[in-house]
Design a protein around this ligand. Structure first.
Ligand code: ADP
Length: 173
């Protein structure tokens, strides 16, 4: 039987427990999950692509059927390149819904064979976003309970090095 492969695209700047929760749930549902770490040039990120990939790989290490790759360009093309039939996204609030609804319609025009699959956030992660995490760190607050241990370590190291450039990250997440 053909493998059910899903891609989970995002910025993951940095990965949070909310992202990892989606990966875990998707890994139970699909044979393989390919996390796509976007290298979208229009967004300034705190961590560069290689760092975000490494952080996501560390966070996903417990899941045997999950791999992490960089991707550049259209999600539908990334999905095709991975041989995936499904694209996963997470939904927290109505604002996520509007954005995702628009993207889903566009993706459907581009690749009608792809199925978009949405995971409702687990309640404990409803208000968790990468942006809020970066803000907290910038103000010196501990973020251990919001991100995987490897990410917390990287954030502290970054903060210590040159402070967090939270203002530079306008991206929705
Ligand atoms: P993007 O910039 O493509 O939105 P993100 O890294 O911000 O990338 O998010 C990737 C996906 O994870 C999105 O579908 C987003 O809605 C979802 N997501 C982010 N945080 C959470 C969370 N706390 N709970 C559920 N889904 C989330």
């Amino acid at each position: 039987m053909a493998q059910r492969i899903a891609v989970y695209p995002g910025s993951f700047d940095p990965p949070t427990n909310g992202h990892v929760d989606i990966v875990l749930r998707a890994a139970r549902l699909f044979d393989r999950v390919v996390v796509g770490v976007g290298t979208n040039v229009s967004k300034r990120t705190l961590f560069d692509t290689d760092e975000r990939i490494e952080l996501m790989r560390g966070a996903c290490a417990p899941f045997a059927n999950v791999e992490v790759r960089a991707f550049d360009g259209l999600t539908v093309e990334f999905a095709r390149a991975c041989g995936a039939g499904f694209v996963i996204r997470g939904i927290r609030a109505l604002s996520d819904f509007e954005f995702e609804f628009e993207m889903a319609n566009m993706n459907h025009q581009l690749a009608p064979e792809l199925e978009m699959v949405y995971f409702m956030t687990s309640p404990e992660y409803l208000f968790l976003s990468a942006s809020r995490v970066k803000e907290l760190v910038a103000f010196g607050a501990a973020v251990d309970r919001f991100v995987p241990a490897n990410v917390a370590k990287a954030l502290v190291a970054h903060h210590g090095k040159d402070g967090l450039r939270t203002g530079a990250t306008e991206a929705k997440d």
